[in-house]
Unconditional design. Structure first.
Length: 404
């Protein structure tokens, strides 16, 4: 394929910058040849692949659409909630590209949430590590010969992996670092959210088939059995309504946490006045809650896998917790949530689905998305136990059959 004058001049400048007589010269030549091929084919191939999108205005007069199945790779953020936000986007990709082979690149800790899912055909673990680990991942991506890359993450690593994946069509959000590597861009408004992700896959011509993550985490019977066995061994009474507390957040977002002693008061209320079995889930145990609770509370923090946690949440009568990945996992399992919000915006990142209660003060400074607060976290420190219990009582009444 013939280059235009600008392409020739660009590569010529790169070539002459490589000093001859060095052993690395041949390596640079190989890289430049790959660059030459990418530049020459990018526009035509992007045009051709998009012609395969149902309803797309892009036509394919040259029949350049690959004859075999399209191969799509998606790159995801690191947190549980963020992965859940991307599930409706994956459902849209599946509908927009029927028959495509979809591979999700995720952190090892999150791959289990995609197990048994029909949203993706395979996963690749994005392990932490240095340059060698990243080079191994890039080689693996190149071997898969992907046609389309979709980055739900604006992290530099994911953006660059999209570029080095070899995919000619690359979709991502505008405005971030290296966003220019994306051949198709969509606007991102606010923090990561389902709305943003659906806007991104919409730029590829994919329809919205589901606008929430509810029901998109698939469990099997083994998961349910494992969870029941774990509950039995922990001494959880299976014939009593189960209230799950989720007090923790990721380490970088502790600003969203509600005081531990108030979670203890909620636990005491439902255990003693409602006869509920109360359990705590999370990555790390909060000894203050367990010690301060004047009723029996089963602390399962750090003792469950994500799929076991999902199965326990599916069984629960309700979830009471802060804005976190665990809250979103409860909502994804269609369990009503009493969601405690402070600096974040429930309109953007609240629990999805029906039957939830949002408890927040709604101060003028909130939402703010700060990592530190100059006002002593008034939005959460001034949020009373009574307000949370009242919201939880409403859900309890609807689920169990009236206040006791």
């Amino acid at each position: 394929m013939k280059w235009n004058k600008h392409q020739e001049q660009t590569v010529e400048k790169i070539v002459v910058s490589v000093k001859p007589r060095r052993r690395i010269h041949l390596h640079h030549r190989a890289v430049l040849e790959n660059l030459r091929r990418d530049i020459a084919s990018l526009a035509l191939y992007s045009h051709a692949v998009l012609a395969a999108v149902p309803g797309s205005a892009v036509k394919d007069p040259l029949n350049m659409v690959p004859s075999g199945p399209l191969r799509i790779v998606t790159f995801h953020l690191n947190q549980v909630g963020d992965l859940l936000f991307s599930l409706p986007g994956l459902a849209s990709l599946r509908a927009g590209f029927p028959g495509a082979q979809i591979t999700a690149v995720v952190r090892p800790s999150l791959t289990s949430l995609l197990r048994s899912s029909d949203l993706v055909d395979s996963t690749i673990e994005r392990v932490r590590g240095g340059l060698l680990a990243k080079m191994r991942l890039i080689r693996q991506l190149r071997r898969e010969k992907f046609h389309i890359a979709v980055s739900f993450s604006q992290a530099e690593e994911c953006v660059l992996l999209s570029r080095f994946s070899g995919a000619a069509v690359r979709a991502g959000f505008s405005g971030g670092h290296f966003a220019s590597v994306f051949t198709i861009q969509a606007e991102k408004v606010g923090p990561p959210s389902t709305v943003n992700n659906l806007r991104l896959v919409g730029a590829l011509g994919c329809p919205v088939v589901q606008d929430t993550y509810v029901g998109l985490v698939k469990l099997n019977q083994d998961d349910l059995n494992d969870a029941l066995e774990l509950l039995r061994k922990a001494g959880v009474s299976l014939d009593r309504p189960l209230v799950v507390l989720g007090p923790g957040t990721s380490r970088r977002r502790t600003i969203k946490e509600w005081p531990s002693e108030r979670f203890s008061a909620v636990a005491h209320h439902f255990a003693t006045k409602k006869g509920a079995q109360v359990a705590i889930l999370g990555a790390e145990s909060d000894p203050q809650i367990h010690a301060a609770a004047r009723a029996h509370v089963v602390d399962l923090s750090g003792r469950t896998t994500l799929r076991q946690a999902a199965a326990i949440l599916e069984r629960a009568t309700m979830f009471v917790g802060v804005d976190s990945g665990l809250m979103h996992l409860a909502a994804a399992m269609a369990t009503p949530c009493v969601a405690i919000f402070g600096p974040s915006d429930p309109n953007l990142t609240g629990p999805q689905g029906q039957g939830h209660a949002i408890v927040r003060l709604g101060l003028n400074c909130s939402p703010c998305y700060r990592k530190t607060c100059p006002f002593n976290r008034e939005c959460l420190e001034n949020l009373t136990t009574e307000a949370v219990i009242e919201a939880a009582e409403d859900i309890w009444g609807a689920r169990v059959g009236g206040r006791q």
